[in-house]
Structure formats: C-alpha cells, structure tokens
Design a protein around this ligand. Structure first.
Ligand code: ZN
Length: 61
C-alpha cells in the first residue's frame, strides 16, 4: 500500500509541476530532501527551506 501512495504522490507532483510550469519551479532541498515550490524568477536565489530552516543557493533559468 505504501508503494501505491508514493506512486499517487509522484503523479500528483508531476501534475502540479506541469500546471505551475510557467509560474513556479520545483526544487529539492539539499539538506532534508523536501520538495520546495519557488516562484519562477530567473537568476540566482538564496532560499531558506521551510521544513529544516537551512539556507541554500539555487539558480533559476
Ligand atoms: Zn530542507
């Protein structure tokens, strides 16, 4: 059953990614692996993860 739930979650994420592809980017936190949704603004960003509170840098193209 766990596998089914994960499959459904990843499907949902795929759908959300597709729906938000013009406005948001999805990025995984390098510290806790949480999936973060960020506004699609090209450039270099400093991001603070809401789950673990760690700060990391990312570039949006
Ligand atoms: Zn994190």
């Amino acid at each position: 059953m766990r596998l089914l739930k994960e499959a459904r979650n990843s499907l949902l994420l795929c759908r959300n990614k597709w729906r938000d592809r013009k406005t948001h980017v999805y990025h995984r936190c390098p510290h806790c692996r949480a999936m973060l949704r960020l506004p699609r603004r090209p450039g270099f960003h400093g991001v603070t993860c809401p789950r673990c509170g760690q700060h990391f840098d990312m570039t949006v193209k």
